[in-house]
Design a protein. Structure first.
Lengths: 201, 474
């Protein structure tokens, strides 16, 4: 996994509430068995019409085509648990998402894929929308170590992140490997723990 | 101080609990399907890791499979590859798989309960958000991403932060002619599509106690549509009676031991929740969604909302939803015509759902120009329905009768709703594009879907002349 320290770049404003993972990556692209190749299908139905780019969609416009920061509204990433959504965002180049709230599973999936989801109060998000929409090319700098977001125009905000998740992003941990280091504890637990079913068909 | 049901299950599964770290939680049952697992198995292979407990892992294929012509190879090459990959992975890692030829194949959230594998007090995960369904048994069940699927395969544990707790106390009784689906849609409609984000919900109260297990599954299934991590219903006599005798349920002295443990699984009298709300079941009416998330819903005798009458901050998203749905403000829901009807999905494809839909359909014909299909949730449901003659009722009325799978709930196979076509669907999500590009989905109960298929538009099923089913064992 790509580790995360700082990201500076253009902020793409995606002005929609409740953006679900079906919209982020439609179901017809979930048949692939690889982790790669999803970026091209990001927001497919919003980005394309009959195979042609829709010029009005934010990520089809300059300077947002390469924006590393996505600004959006509440409950981003709701719906399906598909990790294909952060895979697609990450491959497209999105490293930071700013929103007033995120759906639970999506939020969790982001940290496993080098994406930093930042929750900021609704008023702050609203003011960022105003800035992004009135100042073309509006940029922000996000620093994970100091948990801060800054703009060249003096904008400043700080954000919360669980220490473990911060470490996960900073160091790109192998989580499975880390858990397996405590394998004795799992074995010990299993000796006392009981399930009441048996799979034998 | 007393403990909530959630807290009790949580504590029973704690493997490691350290300060400032997520807890390591043991997983009792890991359900696997073809869409969210291939990259997880690939991860295991790259690191040369094994599946720790194949005996606590069960796989099926449901999402991208066809629901007809099962004897032929899957036409869609990429889907076929995905299904074959699951077969290879299950063989290589020693996991039980219900493939397309298995009598137990079906939607992952339908098969585990019907076989008695889902049990009270368990922790259950699956790379699928509707894992919340299993909470109906008093199991802590939730959806995870593919990286977590890999983590569970390798370690049989998951790193988790504790959720906040929310009690929804459903008071009174559901009125005649309304269903569990109407209840959960009403709750989501009242409180909103993201209301329960960060919470585990426990559904309590008289109306919940009176629900059958299948109805409880419908309720818990849609917890995720409020953003909740999981939904729970404490096990009771209804739960135990349902489980008794099921294929994988414990037998004899094991059953007694299990029962003793299961009976401890309720929230203590003096326990407190982070949030508690009361909901009155008595005013629930048959529900129909009009928008593009499950919270955008009204009663059948109401109208499509008028954005002009709403506050500025809601106006735009509602206009956008109505534009997508092709609906004019203030259209009465009973005037909305449908092109397709889908009875199926992990929300409403169990035998009781099919019986109730068949009772509405019996003796009628599907309206001209409406295409209607019934997709049983599992092969066992299908078999049971056929034994009861329900398939014949549907077929004679002009419905299609398919093999088990997710089908038109998400249209990963060729069961799609076309652009700008309108579908009455018993599934759980009406998101843009969910059932097909530009498809317009209206979520309803099986009875409401069945009535819409016959009438060609939405109708108040409470006024429907439902006949006694002749010959069917209802
Ligand atoms: S039926 Fe629909 S919601 Fe349920 S598991 Fe399948 S695709 Fe998901």
């Amino acid at each position: 996994m790509q580790s995360f320290t700082t990201v500076t770049g253009v902020v793409a404003p995606l002005d929609a509430v409740n953006v679900d993972t079906d919209a982020i990556i439609p179901k017809q692209f979930l048949k692939r068995i690889e982790r790669k190749g999803f970026g091209q299908f990001l927001f497919y139905d919003w980005r394309y019409e009959n195979g042609q780019e829709k010029p009005e969609f934010v990520l089809n416009k300059e300077p947002y085509r390469n924006a590393p920061i996505l600004l959006t509204r509440k409950n981003f990433g709701c719906g399906s648990s598909r990790e294909h959504a952060p895979w697609a965002l990450s491959e497209f180049g999105i490293r930071v998402i700013l929103a007033p709230s995120f759906a639970d599973i999506f939020h969790n999936n982001c940290f496993k894929n080098g994406i930093l989801p930042i929750v900021l109060p609704e008023e702050v998000i609203q003011s960022l929308f105003q800035q992004a929409e009135t100042q073309p090319g509006f940029e922000l700098s996000v620093d994970l170590a100091s948990q801060s977001v800054k703009g060249a125009n003096g904008f400043k905000a700080s954000f919360e992140i669980a220490p473990y998740r911060k470490q996960l992003l900073l160091e790109g941990l192998d989580e499975v490997g880390a858990t397996l280091k405590a394998e004795d504890r799992i074995t010990e637990f299993e000796e006392k723990h009981k399930v009441f079913y048996q799979l034998s068909f | 101080m007393g403990k909530t049901l959630y807290r009790k299950i949580w504590e029973k599964h704690l493997v490691v609990d350290e300060k400032d770290q997520p807890s390591v939680l043991y997983i009792d049952l890991h359900l696997v399907h073809e869409v969210t697992s291939p990259q997880a198995f690939e991860g295991l292979r790259i690191q040369n890791r094994k599946v720790r407990r194949p005996d606590l892992t069960l796989a099926t294929m449901d999402h991208s499979i066809p629901t007809r012509n099962r004897s032929l190879p899957i036409q869609d090459e990429i889907a076929r590859k995905q299904v074959e990959t699951l077969v290879d992975n299950c063989r290589d890692f020693g996991i039980e798989l219900f493939d397309l030829k298995s009598a137990n194949q079906g939607i992952v959230h339908v098969i585990a309960p019907e076989l008695g594998i889902t049990q009270p007090g368990q922790t259950i995960v699956c790379g699928d958000s509707h894992t919340s369904t299993h909470g109906a048994f008093g199991a802590l069940a939730f959806g995870i991403g593919t990286s977590e699927v890999e983590h569970v395969l390798a370690t049989q544990t998951l790193k988790q932060y504790q959720s906040k707790t929310l009690a929804i106390n459903v008071k009174g009784e559901l009125p005649l002619g309304t269903t569990a689906k109407d209840l959960i849609l009403s709750i989501i409609g009242k409180y909103g599509h993201d209301f329960a984000t960060g919470y585990v919900i426990e559904y309590r109260g008289e109306a919940i106690r009176n629900l059958s297990m299948e109805e409880r599954m419908t309720v818990c299934n849609m917890s995720i549509e409020m953003g909740a991590r999981a939904g729970l219903i404490a096990p009771d006599e209804t739960t135990f009676a349902y489980l008794k005798g099921k294929e994988c349920a414990p037998k004899g002295t094991e059953w007694e031991a299990a029962l003793t443990e299961w009976k401890t699984l309720s929230t203590d009298e003096d326990a407190t929740f982070d949030l508690e709300i009361d909901f009155d079941a008595e005013h629930v009416t048959p529900q129909v969604t009009w928008g593009t998330n499950p919270g955008q819903v009204v009663g059948i005798n109401e109208k499509v909302p008028n954005p002009a009458e709403l506050p500025e901050n809601q106006k735009r998203s509602i206009e956008k939803a109505l534009d997508y749905m092709g609906l004019a403000p203030e259209t009465p829901m009973t005037e909305v015509q449908v092109d397709k009807v889908f009875i199926g999905s992990c929300t409403n494809s169990r035998i009781e759902d099919l019986r109730k839909a068949a009772a509405v359909v019996s003796g009628h014909q599907v309206a001209e120009k409406v295409e209607a299909l019934v997709v049983p949730g599992s092969q066992l449901v299908k078999q049971q329905a056929e034994a009861e003659g329900l398939d014949q009722i549907f077929l004679q009325a002009g419905f299609e009768w398919r093999e088990a799978g997710c089908s038109m709930c998400l249209g990963m196979n060729d069961d799609l709703v076309g652009p700008e076509e309108r579908c009455a669907s018993t599934s759980n999500r009406n998101f843009e594009g969910r059932q097909g590009r530009k498809a317009r989905t209206h979520l309803v109960s099986p009875e409401m879907a069945a009535a819409a298929a016959i009438a060609g538009h939405f109708v108040d099923v409470r006024k429907w002349p439902t006949k006694e089913l002749k010959g069917a064992n209802v």
